[in-house]
Design a protein around this ligand. Structure first.
Ligand SMILES: *Cc1c(COP(=O)(O)O)cnc(C)c1O
Length: 411
């Protein structure tokens, strides 16, 4: 991996060898998500010969930028390469020109597939046969899918209250699913304890510095897809804060390399009931670590990547907003109704965030916005039912249809 120069602590600047499996900086026991992978961009560019022509079969187009060994065989289900849709109906409803990057179309239905592909590729190259993670649901399902692809075992920890479909999906992929009677934060701590006790490979994005690196490819793609006309704002929801930093780091790299004309400002969106990154960024006092929101993928009380998320917001001259659960559900139905894009609540939250940012005059109506849908609506049909209109039940007789729509016109 001559293109990877090391892991740098973003707090104290200490560097570590990238081939160690180091999760945290030893100088900052207990502070997570602070090691950052460093690259030698001359070496990266020597190996990168793809055309930035907008044709992206998968994130592995950017392999030269990924922290994997040259001889590692990629474990892939063709993650990334997701559509960037123009969204005229949504734009006119929101009152600002909006495009949508739909990562709900990744193989397991979530942007996290970008990171899982890297994690499992690295774990297999390192000769590991068990991978683990803690998850509000999506990372677990994603990791389980990639472990299955690689012929490895996945052992995953989720809060017992995770939506049914997120528990079912990793089971179908053959994972051992441990549903922890407790919060995501407790499931997380247990996964770390088990990682240490059993020596498994831990994919937790919040501590494994390589995870952010896979998520960078969403930023690379956005830069490639908007080269001469990048949006003013890119909007992500934030749970642990790893995704938004990954997206920012990727876009920033392509902008620094001159592949795209400008870098956007990042807008991070959190739920009112789980707003720790927003509170840290705006230096609010008296922050507690409850996580109370139906957007389960961002129901994180104690985010592990707060520092990196805040770095994305400040480096990009961006900011954050919070939205209510009702606003999130409304965003879910708006996205579906206006553009045919089905998002889970955390995936739709950016749309609610754009509304809020327009209200608060953070985003101006003459700017352009890209919302990143991070997860597919099929992941959580229960919330979808709450977001949308009720089903109309009928007996199998035409009269009941007439009752609903009125009598048919006769010609
Ligand atoms: C995990 C997840 C997020 C948030 O990502 P973080 O890295 O935890 O901030 C957002 N949306 C969906 C659908 C997710 O699964």
């Amino acid at each position: 991996m001559k293109h990877v120069t090391g892991l740098e602590c973003i707090v104290c600047g200490e560097t570590y060898d990238a081939d160690q499996i180091v999760y945290t900086c030893p100088n900052h026991e207990g502070v997570r998500g602070i090691l950052e992978v460093q690259y030698d961009y001359d070496a990266v560019l020597d190996a990168f010969d793809a055309e930035l022509d907008g044709s992206i079969p998968s994130q592995w187009k950017y392999r030269a930028f990924l922290p994997v060994h040259d001889d590692a065989e990629a474990v892939t289900l063709h993650e990334g390469g997701t559509e960037l849709y123009d969204a005229p109906n949504l734009s006119s409803e929101l009152g600002v020109e909006t495009v949508v990057k739909d990562d709900g179309r990744c193989p397991t239905g979530v942007l996290k597939d970008r990171a899982s592909s890297i994690a499992v590729t690295k774990a297999r190259r390192a000769g590991r046969d068990v991978v683990t993670c803690a998850s509000t649901g999506n990372a677990a399902a994603s990791l389980a899918g990639y472990a299955a692809r690689a012929g490895m075992d996945a052992r995953i920890f989720v809060p017992a209250a995770a939506p049914e479909s997120k528990l079912a999906q990793p089971l179908v992929y053959g994972a051992d699913v441990l549903a922890v009677n407790g919060t995501y934060d407790e499931a997380y701590d247990l996964s770390l304890e088990a990682t240490e006790a059993f020596g498994w490979y831990n994919r937790n994005a919040a501590i494994n510095p390589f995870q952010v690196e896979g998520k960078r490819t969403v930023g690379h793609e956005l830069a490639e897809q908007t080269r001469t006309d990048p949006p003013d704002w890119v909007v992500f929801s934030m749970g642990d804060g790893c995704t938004i930093y990954g997206g920012w780091k990727g876009f920033r790299e392509f902008s620094e390399l001159g592949f795209v004309d400008d870098a956007p400002r990042m807008l991070g969106v959190q739920a009112e009931g789980a707003s720790a990154i927003h509170d840290a960024f705006h230096e609010h006092d008296g922050v507690d670590d409850v996580a109370d929101t139906l957007a389960d993928s961002i129901a994180v009380g104690a985010p592990r990547n707060t520092l990196k998320a805040c770095k994305a917001l400040s480096e990009s001259d961006g900011t954050s907003v919070v939205v209510s659960d009702d606003e999130i559900l409304d965003a879910e139905s708006t996205l579906g109704r206006t553009e045919g894009i089905y998002a889970e609540p955390a995936g739709a939250a950016p749309v609610a965030g754009v509304r809020k940012a327009l209200d608060e005059e953070i985003v101006a109506p003459d700017e352009t916005v890209c919302v990143v849908v991070t997860g597919n609506g099929l992941k959580d049909t229960e919330s979808a039912r709450a977001a949308a209109d009720d089903v109309h039940y009928v007996d199998p007789v035409l009269d009941d249809v007439v009752e609903k729509f009125g009598p048919p016109e006769t010609s």
